[in-house]
Design a protein around this ligand. Structure first.
Ligand code: FES
Length: 114
C-alpha cells in the first residue's frame, strides 16, 4: 500500500460505524469506498465491482480476498488485484486509524478491468 503524507488523509468514519461484520461504505471524492476490517486492520477499497458493478462491501471474505456478491470475482483488499481474472483490479486506499477515527487517503493509483 502506498504511503501518503499525513495531510492527505481525511476522516471518513469511526470504528463504531463498522457493522458487526466490520464493514461500512463511505464516499471519498465522490466514489463509494468499502471499509473492511480484517483481524483488527481496516482496509479501504472501491465498492463498485469492475465487472458489472456489484457491491463489494456485501461480498464474502476469504482471508484477505473479498468475493463480489454477484458473480464472485475475488479481489485482494491489500493490493486490489484479482487473482483469477488477468488484468482485473480495484482501487485500494491507504487507511490509518487515529483513536476511533478511520482516515483514508484519496486514490492515487490505477484501476483496470480486463
Ligand atoms: S459484478 Fe462483480 S463479479 Fe460480476
Amino acid at each position: 500500500m502506498e504511503r501518503q503524507p499525513p495531510s492527505q488523509f481525511i476522516p471518513v468514519a469511526r470504528l463504531s460505524d463498522l457493522d458487526p461484520r466490520g464493514r461500512a461504505v463511505v464516499t471519498v471524492e465522490g466514489e463509494r469506498v468499502a471499509l473492511v476490517r480484517i483481524e483488527g486492520e481496516v482496509f479501504a477499497v472501491q465498492d463498485t465491482c469492475p465487472h458489472r458493478g456489484g457491491p463489494l462491501s456485501e461480498g464474502d471474505l476469504e482471508g484477505y480476498v473479498l468475493h463480489c456478491p454477484l458473480h464472485a470475482w475475488p479481489f485482494d483488499v491489500r493490493s486490489g488485484l484479482c487473482p483469477i481474472i488477468r488484468g482485473a483490479r480495484i482501487r485500494t486506499y491507504p487507511v490509518r486509524v487515529v483513536g476511533e477515527e478511520i482516515q483514508v487517503a484519496p486514490f492515487s493509483g490505477r484501476v483496470s478491468a480486463p
